[in-house]
Design a protein around this ligand. Structure first.
Ligand code: TRP
Length: 372
């Protein structure tokens, strides 16, 4: 996504500004020497991905891979149970997330392919890579409980569970996430602002491991955040678009379903359509959605709709979304019938992730003198 992508985000903190500045430099390096970078990123399999994911992260993964960066994608199944009491249909949701990635254009590792971006993306689940999870033990020794308790994202997630109480897994999942990143030697992690504290944890763990357990040898490189100006899309109820809020337009939704969802979206009483994120968040989010789909600016789209009101705006947005997602959805329908292929993709990803994780765990155990 370009720097000029309009966002609806609140004003940035100094650490966010620093990460943004560094990300501009990193983008330049990616353009000139993509082979230096390995990306690890992922999602919790709690349901099919939606437009917010697509424009926030999925399209970025496709872009990085196409630029020649090697990509690892974790379908973070153990993270599903950080903030809820039931796991839900994890197997079905893993499949949905995998389908969304492939339909969006992530080229998966199949065991044979080589080309730009390496041999294809390694797509794997936590639960299939035991050595990755075992890294959690030595890594937990490198952080203090006070540090974990200060993590603002974890605090916000705990608050959102309303009285559920902070579980040990919720408190420590940033450490688990550090294992996701460090086991495969990823040096670049595309993140939204909320994930920046987790990346700091991963950097501390890498640094401390090298200092304390490896006599200063660089066993782990410190990964860097690639902060793209992620557009914050609002859901149909005007709150942040999210799977759990039930206000999202899923990538897999049909065209009529998409039209109905957009028709039901909250707007405001003003007939004239203008792009004004601060004062008209719902209307502006709809304009932004159409802008992201068409490449036009939200201001120009607002001008086009003019006095047509919410109904005309929604017609424009529906057309833009359905048009933009048509090829993705067609691929998704085809892939949904290709069960063997889906299983093979996940098997190839899990197999490679295991090879890499076993090697990393051996290095870690060797540094700790735990080999017999
Ligand atoms: N926490 C991320 C999310 O909720 C998913 C995730 C798991 C992740 N492990 C990661 C992201 C490692 C970046 C790096 O979407």
């Amino acid at each position: 996504m370009s720097d000029s992508t309009p966002t609806l985000a609140a004003s940035p903190t100094p650490s966010v500004l620093a990460a943004r500045h560094r990300s501009v430099e990193l983008e330049e390096q990616i353009a000139s020497t993509p082979g230096r970078f390995r990306v690890l990123t992922g999602d919790r399999p709690t349901g099919p991905l939606h437009l917010g994911h697509y424009f926030g992260t999925l399209a970025n993964r496709v872009r990085l891979q196409a630029a020649g960066v090697e990509v690892f994608v974790v379908i973070a199944d153990y993270q599903v149970i950080t903030d809820r009491d039931v796991a839900g249909d994890v197997r079905g949701n893993v499949r949905e997330v995998l389908l969304d990635h492939l339909a969006a254009g992530v080229v998966p590792r199949t065991g044979t392919r080589t080309g730009p971006g390496g041999p294809g993306a390694t797509i794997f689940t936590h639960s299939s890579v035991p050595a990755l999870n075992q890294l959690l033990l030595p890594f937990l020794s490198l952080v203090t409980v006070a540090e974990l308790q200060r993590n603002p994202t974890v605090k916000a997630e705990a608050a959102a569970t309303r009285g559920r109480g902070m579980s040990g897994l919720l408190l420590t999942y940033p450490v688990h996430q550090a294992a996701d990143i460090l086991f495969c030697g990823a040096n670049l992690v595309p993140v939204g602002q909320d994930q920046l504290p987790h990346l700091e944890t991963a950097r501390s763990i890498a640094r401390r491991f090298n200092e304390r357990y490896a006599a200063g040898r660089e066993v782990f490189a410190e990964p860097e955040a690639l902060l793209s100006p992620v557009p914050l899309l609002l859901g149909t109820d005007g709150a942040k678009m999210s799977k759990s809020a039930g206000n999202a337009i899923a990538l897999r939704a049909g065209e009529d379903e998409t039209a109905a969802l957009i028709r039901s979206a909250r707007t405001d009483a003003q007939r004239r359509i203008t792009y004004d994120p601060a004062h008209r968040p719902e209307v502006s989010s709809l304009l932004l959605t159409a802008a992201l789909c068409t490449g036009a600016s939200p201001e120009a789209l607002a001008e086009e709709v003019g006095d047509g009101g919410a109904a005309a705006l929604k017609a424009v947005v529906t057309e833009a979304v359905n048009e933009h997602l048509r090829p993705l959805r067609a691929r998704r329908r085809e892939l949904a019938d290709a069960d063997d292929h889906l299983r093979a993709v996940l098997a190839a990803g899990n197999e490679h992730a295991n090879v890499v994780a076993d090697r990393t765990l051996s290095t870690v155990q060797e540094a700790l003198g735990m080999t017999c």
